[in-house]
Design a protein around this ligand. Structure first.
Ligand code: KG4
Ligand code: ZN
Length: 347
């Protein structure tokens, strides 16, 4: 009988509401984007210089039904055609996570569809599978507003954090430096743009930490930027913002790329993935391309900008693999702001 069975297509709905984007996507067979809708709240948070949790939750409530319907329409399917619903379970803002989790639970219950809780960073990593099939073992450099990590994967759905930030995440440092320079939120793209117009002429520190460590630290760099600006102000001198942005960006990229290069060698990986919102950074993308693109031993994958910042296609892509591996969540699934990525690993 088996040989006559036709393998049915797998349709996964992804839902992401961990921060300031209400996003729903539909992924066919793990790698094909059938729908990808993102409703951004950035305009509402801009005037506060950062994400206001209560406002984020309220926007998610207002947007979620509209975005869900839009995604189904774009993919041309109904709930009954879905194989499973994947939703970001954490980490993130608890009130924001709960909107997505509860929407997913309601749909799963009403239509009898399996539910799969997904770690937000697993999603960022799996954005790469929408671009290129994964080759194991692999290493992923995850750089977002809340995380800076080097994640080693020996196989699908198995995550080992070999290094992480001890203080600020890379994106957080970008946003704080942008604030010092009076640039709008989120500051990453603005610093990136300015950096390309300036020269890295201002001396700023690089935190290498202990010998052999894959951990990161960006708070000292952030303080050094603040001190540089204040010292200049006190002396009545003007700092060239473009040069400061270029110097800051150079320092961040130096550390990220050097540590990644070392980990790639030590762990002998076949593929290097870039993931997270800061993966949109032009300087970082080209530094990694310069280092790895010509190396025949390793495949470098960098997602397009739209799949670097928060979206639900990445949650659907991660959910597809987790579902295939037999991970399923109960209807008691809860938003978990401190969720650990290793929950996905088989023991
Ligand atoms: O992954 P993401 O959308 O949200 C989190 O999960 O945190 O990342 C958002 C972060 C923000 O800190 C933003 O400033 C940063 O990504 N970002 C950038 C760039 N585009 C977005 N940072 C540096 N350069 C960019 N071009
Ligand atoms: Zn994110």
């Amino acid at each position: 009988m088996g040989e006559f069975m036709i393998k049915q297509d797998q349709w996964i709905m992804g839902i992401e509401t961990s921060c300031d984007e209400t996003a729903v996507a539909i992924i066919k067979n793990g790698r094909e984007i059938a729908a990808n809708i993102v409703a951004s709240q950035i305009e509402s948070h801009k005037r506060f210089g950062g994400v206001v949790p209560e406002i984020a939750s309220r926007h998610h409530v207002e947007q979620i039904t509209i975005v869900l319907e839009e995604a189904l329409k774009q993919a041309g399917i109904t709930y009954s055609g879905l194989s499973a619903i994947a939703v970001t379970e954490g980490p993130g803002l608890v009130g924001a996570l709960l909107i997505g989790v509860n929407a997913a639970k309601a749909i799963a219950f009403a239509h009898g569809i399996p539910l799969v809780g997904v770690h937000h960073i697993a999603g960022h990593i799996y954005a790469n599978r929408l671009v290129e099939e994964m080759q194991f073992p692999l290493l992923s450099l995850v750089v977002s507003g809340g995380h800076t990590e080097l994640v080693y994967m020996k196989e699908h759905g198995h995550f080992e954090v070999i290094g992480e930030t001890r203080d600020d995440a890379a994106g957080e440092a970008y946003d704080k430096v942008a604030r010092i320079l009076d640039l709008p939120y989120p500051g990453g793209p603005h610093i990136d743009r300015l950096a390309h117009e300036g020269k890295p002429s201002i001396k700023l520190p690089r935190a290498w930490l202990e010998e052999g460590s894959y951990d990161f630290s960006f708070s000292g760099l952030k303080s050094a930027v603040i001190n540089t600006v204040h010292n200049a102000e006190q002396r009545g001198k003007k700092i060239v913002p473009e040069d400061l942005a270029a110097s800051f960006q150079q320092s961040v990229i130096d550390v990220l790329v050097t540590k990644t290069e070392r980990a790639v060698e030590e762990y002998k990986v076949k593929q290097l993935l870039l993931a997270g919102g800061v993966a949109a950074n032009k300087g970082l993308r080209s530094a990694l391309e310069d280092k790895f693109a010509q190396n025949p031993e390793i495949k470098l994958t960098i997602p397009p900008l739209s799949l670097c910042t928060d979206n639900a296609a990445m949650i659907g892509a991660a959910g597809s693999i987790l579902f295939e591996k037999g991970h399923q969540s109960g209807l008691d699934l809860n938003g978990n702001p401190g969720l650990d990525i290793t929950i996905h690993n088989y023991k």
